[in-house]
Design a protein around this ligand. Structure first.
Ligand SMILES: Nc1ncnc2c1ncn2[C@@H]1O[C@H](COP(=O)(O)OP(=O)(O)OP(=O)(O)O)[C@@H](O)[C@H]1O
Length: 247
């Protein structure tokens, strides 16, 4: 897929396949095109060129595709005037989830994510982390087969981040396919089967976390951070950008 905004190419002939049940960690510097890619794959924005399929269904068949997927954007869409519990019930209603099932799932997630005590307060009074947790629950309520997560642990304190990672581990174990974009390298290192690094709209490296670490040449203790810095630096050098020094 390619996405252009005027003359600017945000995503440039991106070609990838993710096997069912795999977790794909999508890395890249700011402005690399990660959110644009997620917005195309979740049918929120059409590609300028190219296409993709989710669970074998082309993105153009929006009604079927959206039934299979859940998308947690960086800022989850929430109704400020609703309480957390009302927001989740409303989303369950939109997904046609029977009331009893919805209520069980909502209460279970609220408890697991430590939100039960706050569930009857309006969302307008929630902290960023609480909003993030409600956003995650509403993404999971209809048990999507394919999950798109943009910075799922952003704004969470370490304990809440751990809880969210544990929820994601369970989903990965249950064969949910996860497409995960984050700047927190330890999160992809922990969860991803495959990592793709996007730089200026192009996929510049792809492999398992171990493969990418092997590509890092510095030192004995190779880290994903070194690999990330190296693959993105190589491409900056190729484009002659290494010579541009900060003042
Ligand atoms: N609606 C838009 N109109 C014009 N340009 C856009 C639009 N959306 C994104 N862009 C541009 O496309 C490029 C990719 O943006 P995108 O938000 O996909 O990056 P990202 O990898 O998600 O970045 P970050 O890590 O900072 O969230 C950027 O140069 C951005 O300015």
């Amino acid at each position: 897929m390619t996405k252009r905004f005027g003359d600017h190419v945000a995503v440039d002939h991106l070609n990838l396949a993710i096997p069912r049940g795999h977790t794909y960690g999508f890395l890249g510097p700011n402005g690399a095109g990660k959110t644009t890619t997620m917005r195309m794959l979740t049918t929120l924005m059409p590609p300028t060129e190219g296409t993709a399929a989710i669970m074998g269904t082309p993105l153009t068949d929006r009604e079927v595709v959206t039934r299979h997927l859940g998308y947690l954007p960086e800022e989850p869409p929430l109704y400020e005037e609703l309480t957390g519990r009302e927001q989740l019930s409303y989303v369950a209603f939109l997904h046609d989830i029977p009331d009893d099932t919805a209520s069980d799932r909502i209460e279970e997630f609220l408890a697991r994510l430590d939100l039960t005590a706050d569930a009857d307060r309006p969302i307008s009074t929630y902290s960023k982390g609480m909003r993030q947790k409600v956003g995650l629950i509403q993404t999971l309520l209809h048990e999507p087969a394919v999950l798109f997560l943009d910075e799922p642990t952003s704004g969470l304190d370490p304990r809440a981040a751990r809880t969210v990672l544990d929820v994601l581990h369970d989903l990965v174990d249950e064969e949910t396919t996860v497409f995960l974009s984050t700047h927190i390298l330890s999160v992809v290192d922990e969860l991803a089967d495959t990592i793709g690094v996007l730089h200026e709209g192009r996929l510049v490296a792809e492999g398992s976390p171990a493969d990418l670490k092997r590509r890092a040449e510095t030192g004995e203790e190779r880290t994903l951070e070194q690999a990330f810095l190296e693959v993105t630096a190589d491409h900056r050098a190729e484009e002659g950008k290494e010579s541009v020094e900060a003042p």
